[in-house]
Ligand binder design. Structure first.
Ligand SMILES: Cc1cc2nc3c(=O)[nH]c(=O)nc-3n(C[C@H](O)[C@H](O)[C@H](O)COP(=O)(O)O)c2cc1C
Length: 182
């Protein structure tokens, strides 16, 4: 797939199964994540790889984070299943640095670019991927359990795996009402 085709046809795949990208492909995906625009070269991000037993651990972390006296069992069950929607998850979090010229907002954008770059690399390698967040991304006990400082942000859970079926290409979105000329 050439670069323009990749850019013009990217879409997410919610349903993913094993196999996950092998070591070489994961290396390519992570390297794409490192190639993002990064003001002052601060590398203000961190990638946490979750696969195998890690998915089980993440499931426990999610369940612990939502536990409360009146929580419904159905909610616990649904939350426990979430990490198993793919055989590999890369958690992208910020690692904000103090810098006189680079505000946190720019560092957050750079970390977001990492997610996009790694989704694109995954798609280019023939895998499916989906960027997810949700309330658990903003949950301090989830951050703590993942060794992410609460001052930092979880930018995304990038679910990656093998597509279970070929999804039709979503319709093109036209730019006409999003573009103006000065
Ligand atoms: C920061 C961010 C967080 C997202 N979180 C979720 C999520 O938690 N659940 C979800 O279904 N989609 C989420 N999405 C949207 C999907 O990744 C996806 O882009 C959307 O479903 C549109 O599909 P497409 O990527 O095929 O165009 C998120 C997207 C972004 C950029």
């Amino acid at each position: 797939m050439n670069a323009i085709d990749l850019l013009l046809t990217r879409q997410s795949t919610p349903l993913l199964s094993a196999p996950a990208p092998d070591k070489n492909n994961l290396d390519t995906i992570l390297s794409a994540g490192m190639r993002v625009p990064d003001h002052a070269g601060l590398t203000p991000f961190h990638f946490t790889i979750v696969e195998g037993e890690g998915l089980v651990n993440l499931s426990h972390i999610f369940v612990e984070a939502i536990k409360s006296p009146n929580i419904e069992q159905a909610k616990i069950d649904k939350t426990a299943k979430m990490p198993f929607r793919a055989p590999l998850i890369i958690i992208i979090s910020t690692q904000y640095q103090e810098h006189e010229k680079v505000p946190k907002e720019e560092q957050l954008i750079t970390a977001g670019c990492c997610v996009h770059a790694m989704q694109m690399a995954s798609v280019a390698l023939g895998y499916g991927a989906m960027w997810r967040t949700g309330a658990l991304s903003y949950n301090d006990s989830v951050k703590k359990a993942l060794n992410i400082d609460v001052q930092n942000d979880i930018v995304g859970f990038l679910y990656i795996g093998t597509k279970t079926k070929v999804l039709p290409l979503k319709p093109t979105r036209f730019y006409d009402d999003r573009v103006s000329y000065l």
